[in-house]
Design a protein around this ligand. Structure first.
Ligand code: COA
Length: 206
């Protein structure tokens, strides 16, 4: 009883925090249903930040670049998604601190659209950094502490600095079964906490 009450109160706080985090960000932020934004998360983008359905963003994470994030994505605590070319460091005779930056009017429009793309069913581990220009393929995993500078193939596990493939989450034979089960299943991530999640995998799960 006490546990249920505590979960309900904490759930309400979580929900309120997420609503507060997205409030007033309509200029660049679009999101689907069932979003969780943890404590001290910073969400900012020069142009767009599109979040899918069932997205979890852990506490102290910073998304400070354009990003397109798919469905069922888990971003751990202290993750950073940042703009690779936020400051035009190649300008001759100008210290980078004073160089044209992504928030300046003269910043090249093409570069201003660079993004991090995160496909469905991705897990980005604690303390990792992902630079714009990178696509994390469906089902991929970024290990804790990685710095991701290049695309991550679907279902690959990448680790290290710079991140390299260290393994694969599922075998090629298992991937179709996994994806079909997710497509046919019913997954509702609750902004109130894991206790309130709905998890009904499709019939093709072993
Ligand atoms: C990526 C991860 C899931 C892989 O787990 P695993 O399957 O047990 O991986 P393994 O131990 O078999 O690792 C494979 C190789 O990658 C290396 N590796 C694993 N995680 C690493 C990391 N974070 N950084 C650097 N190398 C790593 C291992 O040392 C191993 O190298 P080796 O083959 O030379 O021995 C796990 O290491 C991880 O980082 N999980 C994220 C944890 C997290 O962020 N938790 C927060 C909760 S949301």
């Amino acid at each position: 009883m006490l546990r249920t009450l505590k979960s309900a109160i904490l759930g309400g706080v979580r929900l309120a925090r997420t609503r507060w985090a997205v409030m007033g960000k309509g200029r660049f932020l679009r999101h689907g249903e069932h979003l969780h934004v943890g404590t001290n998360v910073r969400l900012w983008a020069p142009h767009h930040l599109n979040l899918g359905t069932n997205v979890y963003i852990g506490r102290d994470s910073h998304i400070e670049c354009n990003a397109t994030i798919g469905d069922h994505v888990m971003i751990a605590n202290r993750v950073a998604l940042v703009g690779r070319h936020d400051h035009l460091f190649g300008q001759i005779g100008v210290p980078t601190l004073f160089a044209t930056s992504v928030t300046d009017p003269g910043y090249p429009p093409g570069l201003a659209l660079e993004e991090v793309a995160v496909e469905d069913d991705v897990w980005i581990g604690y303390g990792s950094i992902v630079l714009t220009g990178v696509r994390i393929g469906r089902g991929g995993i970024v290990a804790a502490g990685a710095v991701v500078t290049k695309d991550v193939p679907p279902y690959a596990i990448v680790a290290g600095v710079p991140a390299r493939v260290v393994g694969h989450r599922h075998s090629p034979e298992d991937i179709p079964r996994h994806e079909q089960a997710i497509r046919e299943g019913h997954f509702v991530f609750s902004a109130r906490g894991r206790l309130f999640n709905i998890v009904k995998p499709g019939p093709h799960r072993p």
